[in-house]
Design a protein around this ligand. Sequence first.
Ligand code: FES
Length: 137
Amino acid sequence: MAMYSKKVMDHFMNPRNVGEMENPDGVGEVGNPKCGDIMRMYLKIEDNIIQDAKFMTFGCGAAIASSSMATELIKGKTLEEAWDVSNKAVADALEGLPSIKMHCSVLAEEAIHKAINDYRQKQNLPLWGEKEEEKPE
Ligand code: FES
């Protein structure tokens, strides 16, 4: 039985939105100290909508596939909707990840959150967090 779904292999072999972005409105870089993988996400934001998203990931195949899928999922979404894109949503959209590879999708969720908060900080907006009272309305 194959370890990875066809979707994972597709996004790993042919990642969408890979590369750097000039003058991004928000950047989020996260890493996993255990495996050493690093993910950087760039956002273009206009009128509270994610107009474009790009990523650079130095990491495993599942991390690359997760970043690719995450950028696809958040493009065109409001910041609130993008904040709600969980690692599970990324893994589901990839038709599942092996359980030992779920942490790779967590990196994608964290990178989205960090990039959104980087933008919010630059706009002098309150930062969002994981606690109930810090979540977007
Ligand atoms: Fe760490 Fe995939 S093995 S992000």
